[in-house]
Design a protein. Structure first.
Length: 144
């Protein structure tokens, strides 16, 4: 009799766990074809909305100098997403592989919070881009 209760509660637990994982998937971005990373090497980088959507990690060789990562405009970011919605969160990471830092440069209508403005040397920072406005001509995003 005790095994029946264990099996019953175990099956309920599995169903609840599955539903909770599905709800987490619904909160993530509609990014279509994410690749592993973009290796910028020992250079500054200006990315497009398509690259912003495609890559999860942007890696820089900062062993000899500081670098910049220029982000696309909010309109370009929003235009490259499918089924976008206000409040949607897109994640990205930036790696400074060396002693020098990387500074992010905001595109038009892109707000970069101070915590995401600079990536210190020898560190990877995961950032979150929230879609604040997706109305055509008024697109706006914030990077945290």
């Amino acid at each position: 009799m005790n095994r029946k209760f264990v099996r019953f509660y175990l099956s309920i637990f599995v169903v609840i766990l599955t539903l909770s994982l599905l709800s987490l998937v619904a909160c993530t971005s509609s990014q279509s074809t994410k690749s592993d990373f973009y290796n910028a090497g020992n250079a500054n980088l200006s990315i497009t909305g398509a690259q912003f959507d495609q890559y999860t990690l942007f890696r820089f060789d900062t062993s000899t100098s500081v670098h910049t990562l220029a982000l696309p405009s909010a309109a370009d970011i929003v235009a490259n997403l499918s089924s976008q919605y206000v409040g949607e969160v897109i994640y990205l990471a930036v790696t400074a592989d060396g002693n020098n830092a990387i500074t992010l440069i905001a595109g038009t209508n892109v707000t970069i919070k101070p915590s995401a403005l600079t990536v210190a040397g020898n560190i990877t920072v995961t950032m979150y881009c929230e879609l604040d406005n997706i109305t055509s001509g008024s697109e706006a995003v914030t990077i945290y």
